[in-house]
Design a protein around this ligand. Structure first.
Ligand SMILES: Cc1cc2nc3c(=O)[nH]c(=O)nc-3n(C[C@H](O)[C@H](O)[C@H](O)COP(=O)(O)O)c2cc1C
Length: 274
């Protein structure tokens, strides 16, 4: 069997990061996006259902790579579900439909979405690691094309490190979270040929999730982007491979300003067709 043109031999010696991405992507495309329509009787189960994901998972396991991480357990769960369906068994997903938010919950969502504003000055109160982790987790859980898992983070905490990223906003306090991507993951799946736009969207979704979580935690944040010079400096400073690219960064800290919330056009001005 070949997976995206890769033979078993290729997969056995491939770097773990792209192999992991292929496992995620095959689980997503060949099981996850099909199984719910199969269960609802809208799609006939293909005869090779789950075979590709199982094949890659077996290679992952054979190589002794970690199998107890949340992402790999997610793949294992889907492969097991496919196996059950193939064996003619009924499957119990153990899931339930999401309940609509209550009025009070919607008010909280409104506070999150409509009161967030970019903050560019921070107090010198330190941002504890636990809070940074909470923000990073929100970024990690953002949607991503094919669930590939290319996003990586670097947290810059010192003035020396802050100098690595160039932008129009000086940072004097807080932390800088740099959103990076392991391009070997995209290359292995040929995103550059087929869906190059997804690469930028993945980074953007992570940044947006993080800025919302920062806001919810009482911190302020501002999105900033940077170019090739910054990308190169970061790679060199941290001794990262050429495949490692930083995309944008967030400055995050305890707010030391209360800006007027920026406004947008009215909905009527932006809806092209009802
Ligand atoms: C892709 C992107 C790039 C941005 N770049 C900058 C920047 O270089 N400097 C800056 O001060 N703010 C930057 N921002 C923040 C925007 O200026 C800000 O989101 C916008 O003015 C709306 O204000 P609000 O975030 O307070 O709603 C950027 C935001 C995004 C999404």
């Amino acid at each position: 069997m070949k997976i995206h043109g890769y033979t078993q031999e290729d997969l056995l010696k491939m770097d773990p990061a792209p192999l992991r991405a292929i496992l995620h992507e095959r689980t997503h495309h060949t099981i996850e996006v099909m199984i719910y329509r199969i269960l609802n009787g809208k799609l006939k189960k293909p005869p090779d259902f789950g075979d590709q994901a199982r094949f890659v998972l077996e290679i992952w396991t054979k190589r002794g790579l970690p199998t107890n991480t949340p992402d790999i357990l997610w793949c294992v769960r889907y492969v097991e579900l496919a196996d059950k369906l193939n064996a003619g068994k009924t499957v119990d997903l153990g899931t339930s439909m999401v309940e609509p938010f209550s009025k009070a919950e919607l008010e909280t969502v409104g506070k999150l979405l409509y009161q967030r504003r970019s903050i560019r000055q921070f107090t010198d109160r330190p941002v504890p690691d636990e809070i940074v982790k909470e923000i990073l987790r929100a970024g990690l859980m953002a949607p991503q094309g094919c669930n590939v898992g290319s996003t990586r983070f670097i947290v810059l905490r010192t003035p020396e490190e802050w100098k690595l990223v160039q932008s129009d906003i000086p940072i004097e306090n807080g932390v800088i979270i740099v959103i990076c991507q392991d391009m070997s993951v995209y290359k292995a799946l040929r995103f550059d040929e087929y869906v190059p736009q997804n690469i930028y969207y993945d980074a953007a979704a992570a940044a947006d999730h993080m800025s919302l979580m920062a806001h919810a935690l009482g911190l302020g944040a501002c999105w900033l982007t940077h170019g090739e010079e910054t990308q190169k400096r970061i790679r060199e400073y941290f001794g990262l491979p050429e495949t490692f690219v930083s995309r944008c960064h967030l400055i995050v800290g305890w707010p030391n300003e209360a800006p007027i919330k920026s406004e947008r056009m009215s909905l009527n001005d932006v809806i092209i067709r009802r």
